[in-house]
Design a protein around this ligand. Sequence first.
Ligand SMILES: CC(C)(COP(=O)(O)OP(=O)(O)OC[C@H]1O[C@@H](n2cnc3c(N)ncnc32)[C@H](O)[C@@H]1OP(=O)(O)O)[C@@H](O)C(=O)NCCC(=O)NCCS
Length: 164
Amino acid sequence: MNEHADKLVYRAMTVHDIPAILAIEEEAFTIAWSEEAFRNELINNMFARYVVMEYRSELIGYGGMWIIVDEAHVTNIAIRSDCRGIGLGSRLLDRLRLTAMEYGAVRMTLEVRVSNEHAQSLYRKHGFQPAGIRKGYYSDNNEDALIMWAELAREQQSEEEQQQ
Ligand SMILES: CC(C)(COP(=O)(O)OP(=O)(O)OC[C@H]1O[C@@H](n2cnc3c(N)ncnc32)[C@H](O)[C@@H]1OP(=O)(O)O)[C@@H](O)C(=O)NCCC(=O)NCCS
C-alpha cells in the first residue's frame, strides 16, 4: 500500500458519508451503530470528531472519538473488510492521534473486546497499554471490555509525519 499512500485522503465525516459508513459498520461490529447514532454524533455532539479515509474516491475506513478537555475517547475505528491487513488501520489510528493532538488531547483511551486480538495488537503498536476491564460491557454476549490508554507524546511521530 505504501506506493499508494499519497492517494489516501482523510477528511472530516459528514452526514452524506453515513450510507457508506453503515455498510462497513455492519460488517465490522456485532453491535452496529445506527444511522441515527452517527447522525446524532455529527450534528449534536460538540465533543465528537469523526474522520473518514478514502482511496480513489471510495470510503474504505473511518474512526472517531470524543475529545473532552485533554482526553480523547475513541468510539470506533473500522476498515472495510477487503482492505484490512495492509496497514490502513494503523494509518487511520495515526490520523486520529494527530487530530486528537490538534484539539489539545494529551492522552487517548478506548475499550476493545477482550477477544479482539487484531485490534488489541494494533493499539499496542500505537502505544496503548491495558488499564483495566469493564465487566460485561458488550450487551450481545456479555463480553468484557479491555480499557486501554495511550499518552500522545509529540515526539511519537507517525510514519506519515516522518515522510513529510
Ligand atoms: C482493527 C482494524 C481497524 C485493523 O485495521 P487493519 O487495516 O486490518 O490493520 P493494519 O493492517 O494497519 O494492521 C495493524 C496491526 O493490527 C494487527 N493486525 C491487523 N490484522 C491482523 C491479523 N489478521 N492478525 C493479527 N494481527 C493483525 C497487527 O498488529 C498489525 O500490525 P502488523 O501488520 O505490523 O503486524 C480492522 O481489523 C477492523 O476494521 N476490524 C473490525 C472493526 C474493529 O474490530 N475495530 C476495533 C474496535 S475496538
